[in-house]
Design a protein around this ligand. Structure first.
Ligand SMILES: NC(=O)c1ccc[n+]([C@@H]2O[C@H](COP(=O)([O-])OP(=O)(O)OC[C@H]3O[C@@H](n4cnc5c(N)ncnc54)[C@H](O)[C@@H]3O)[C@@H](O)[C@H]2O)c1
Length: 379
């Protein structure tokens, strides 16, 4: 493909996700031959000095210090929202009104009501949109989807997922402000439920279909922390840990656990699916492998296989190196950009859209509501 069309990106927020997305925009056209090519038009951050430094490092052509000014610019095609959760709705709705495409970080919103409003406004505007549930685009996870859709597992009985971390155990850790907004319920909406389980739920719905009802428990182990924005010790409003069980629409049972108090674990996202004929398991710490057990194998050699997902016929892998050489975390974002650009060329939506990400939001809300009421809650 020769003639490329520029897609002018306006990035809001230059933290962790601002970096992963910028890297993806820089790499995608080198590895994927697509009609559209992202152009790093502008980055927006509240500190002009930091925004300029980020722009120089990553190659953005200009900076803004107010996202409203970015959204108002005629030379921006797509707004990429990489800011804390409490800003997603306002920025996305304004961007939709301005006719911009939107790539929004997860979770979609602070809660279901806010998410519904976002979906309504985005659909009214008819703009292309996607939410960065990037784990769908780990090649091993995409391969799991392929194997399930081919029916290799047969009827699914169990879906199990964990997302474990250990970075908030210290009682001295403050809440709020830069880097620690995740501990402030007013910025994050919830704790591990919206931050970590949202990923597990998105992958689960994608692989195994909708969740119908949930029974959850949450705990806030450290009840008060100093708040960076007020300088006062304040109540902690987030869930530090959450465990829930659920039914899926296909009749299978789900079990999910997430915590930031699992000493020794930094980002242990694991999932396992057990079907009538076969089982699958995957582990983020070894993300290029998919483990597979098939009961139909000859019993003398039957056992768990560790599939090294690097061959050219495996999802996305023909775009990278040669069989045997693996890729990593940052590539999941490159894949999402590639799929978005391809969808744009074909006039097709890129999953998960805002409407699809709203389903995850509804499950998160049901989980929090069940934990509060100690009752089963329908999604
Ligand atoms: N897909 C994933 O795996 C993944 C991983 C991490 C974070 N996230 C999500 O990405 C979002 C950002 O998280 P992060 O880890 O990058 O956070 P971060 O704290 O590293 O970065 C947030 C950025 O937003 C900026 N910001 C805050 N308010 C702003 C405003 N009003 N205008 C402009 N800039 C503003 C901050 O200055 C900072 O640059 C969150 O919604 C989070 O849930 C997703």
């Amino acid at each position: 493909m020769s003639e490329k069309k520029d897609l002018n990106i306006g990035l809001v927020g230059y933290g962790f996700m601002g970096r992963t997305h910028s890297n993806a925009y820089c790499k995608v056209s080198n590895f994927f031959d697509l009609e559209y090519r992202p152009r790093l038009k502008a980055v927006c951050g509240r500190s002009e000095d930091n925004a300029k430094a980020f722009a120089a490092q990553w190659g953005y052509e200009s900076v803004e210090t107010d996202w409203k000014a970015l959204v108002a610019r005629d030379d921006i095609d797509a707004i990429d929202i990489c800011t804390p959760n409490n800003t997603h709705a306002e920025i996305a709705i304004a961007a939709a009104k301005a006719g911009k495409m939107i790539l929004c970080e997860k979770p979609l919103s602070m809660n279901t009501a806010e998410g519904e409003e976002m979906v309504k406004k985005i659909e009214e505007a008819g703009v292309a949109n996607t939410v960065w549930y990037n784990y769908r685009r780990v090649p091993a996870v995409t391969l799991a989807k392929q194997l399930i859709d081919e029916g290799r597992l047969g009827k699914i009985f169990h879906y199990r997922a964990n997302f474990l971390q250990d970075w908030t155990i210290s009682t001295d850790l403050p809440q709020g402000g830069a880097a620690l907004w995740r501990l402030d319920v007013n910025a994050a909406g919830s704790g591990v439920t919206g931050d970590l389980l949202a990923h597990c739920i998105d992958t689960a719905i994608w692989l195994n279909g909708g969740i119908t009802d949930v029974s959850a428990m949450t705990e806030t182990f450290i009840k008060e922390r100093m708040h960076n924005l007020t300088g006062k010790v304040e109540k902690v409003g987030i869930d530090d840990a959450c465990t829930f069980m659920c039914h899926f629409g296909n009749g299978s049972l789900g079990l999910f656990e997430s915590t930031r108090y699992a000493r020794g674990h930094k980002a242990l996202y694991t999932l396992e699916i057990n079907g009538e004929h076969a089982s699958i398991r995957w582990d983020l710490h070894d993300l290029h492998r998919l483990e597979y057990f098939d009961h139909r194998d000859d019993s003398l050699v039957r056992g768990w296989r560790s599939v090294h997902v690097t061959d050219g016929d495996m999802p996305y892998m023909d775009k990278w190196w040669v069989p045997g050489l693996q890729i990593g975390y940052e590539h999941t974002f490159v894949h999402q950009v590639a799929d978005f650009l391809e969808g744009l060329a074909k006039g097709q939506p890129t999953s998960p859209t805002f409407a699809e990400a709203l389903e995850t939001q509804k499950v998160c809300d049901a989980v929090l509501s069940s934990a509060a009421s100690k009752q089963w809650v329908n999604v």
